[in-house]
Write a protein that binds this ligand. Structure first.
Ligand code: TRP
Length: 334
């Protein structure tokens, strides 16, 4: 039996993934590789919708890919590739733009937030059409499942609407993909501000990056904000700092929160932090080491990415050719 397809994408927008990316998305992506024919795409076309330094973008694209491979995306099972290597993404995006309403695109909340912050003169048209490019990414691969965080739900809804609209106007062409929202249980909070999700735009001291050295990771975990009652128990409202530490431990060790609470019975916050630090380093160190090995040999890394792009391209071209034919373009002479 052939496996259903799966598509997801990640921005090459930082020099390192953080613990929240790893536990929230990446762990799930590696698990899903066995049940799906997975396409994982580093979306560099999306990255340039906000200003990028070219050298930085190139570097971040490789670092992002290296971390995904290091964390267990298997290039023999899944296609891990760079979006700009497969021209069909931009080509399908153009066609989909012509069936997207201006108002419809204007209702995307992520666009509204980002453009409000930037102001209209520094908001590019590319930022406006970002979700349509995202729809093209997905629809090229006829996936059944698109695993994303809750913040991407509206973009996947748009993708489904555009697929259904194209199908009804031009005939059945696209699979209507299902959104798979990644589990909230693996939600990781900022160590300094444990009411907010861990994020690269938060306090750097509250952020655990995979590529950071072990000493500074340990230091950040040991300085995590807790509270003054001295009791180790799980209560997101009253004890967000301690609960976050327990949550991180549990997400990595697989121990239940209850088991951890009895394990730490009679111990202090110092013990909790030291053990959480050790558990975190036990998963991060091998990933960082492997990622650095991959980055030390960029020719080999690029070869793996081209292998992924070739696999992606094969399917993307078939879908694009069908779309071009359906909308009435003359097939180019070969
Ligand atoms: N917009 C997504 C994000 O910021 C990244 C992305 C681009 C994506 N294309 C995609 C995610 C297609 C899923 C499917 O996280």
């Amino acid at each position: 039996m052939t496996k259903p397809n799966l598509f997801s994408g990640m921005q090459p927008s930082a020099g390192s993934l953080h613990l929240g990316n790893y536990l929230g998305a990446l762990v799930n992506w590696t698990k899903m590789q066995d049940d799906y024919n997975a396409f994982y795409c580093v979306v560099d076309l999306h990255a340039i919708t906000v200003a990028q330094d070219p050298a930085e973008l190139r570097k971040n694209t490789r670092v992002t890919a290296a971390q995904y491979l290091a964390a267990g995306i298997d290039h023999n099972k899944s296609a891990l590739f760079v979006q700009s290597h497969v021209p069909a993404h931009a080509q399908l995006a153009w066609v989909l733009m012509t069936i997207t309403g201006f108002g419809e695109a204007g209702r995307m909340t992520q666009f509204k937030d980002k453009s409000q912050k930037a102001g209209s003169d520094s908001t590019s048209v590319g930022l406006f059409t970002y979700p349509i490019l995202q729809a093209a990414d997905i629809l090229l691969y006829q996936p059944k499942a698109v695993p994303v965080g809750e913040d991407q739900r509206q973009h996947i809804e748009l993708t489904r609407d555009l697929a259904a609209r194209f199908n009804s106007r031009f005939g059945e062409t696209f699979e209507i993909p299902e959104v798979v929202i990644l589990k909230e249980t693996a939600k990781i909070y900022d160590l300094q501000n444990p009411e907010a999700k861990m994020s690269k735009s938060g306090d750097p001291k509250g952020l655990v990056n995979i590529m950071d050295d072990s000493d500074s990771i340990m230091k950040k975990i040991k300085s995590a904000v807790t509270d003054t009652d001295g009791v180790i128990k799980f209560d997101r409202e009253a004890k967000p700092g301690v609960s976050n530490l327990l949550g991180i431990h549990s997400a990595i060790s697989g121990e239940s929160i209850d088991a951890l609470v009895s394990h730490f019975d009679g111990k202090g916050y110092g013990d909790l932090k030291t053990e959480v630090g050790e558990v975190v380093l036990s998963v991060i160190e091998p990933i960082r080491t492997r990622a650095n090995e991959l980055l030390a040999d960029p020719a080999e890394l690029d070869r793996l990415l081209i292998k992924g792009a070739n696999k992606a391209q094969e399917l993307a071209e078939v879908t694009l050719a069908t779309v071009y034919e359906r909308v009435g373009f003359i097939a180019p002479a070969r």
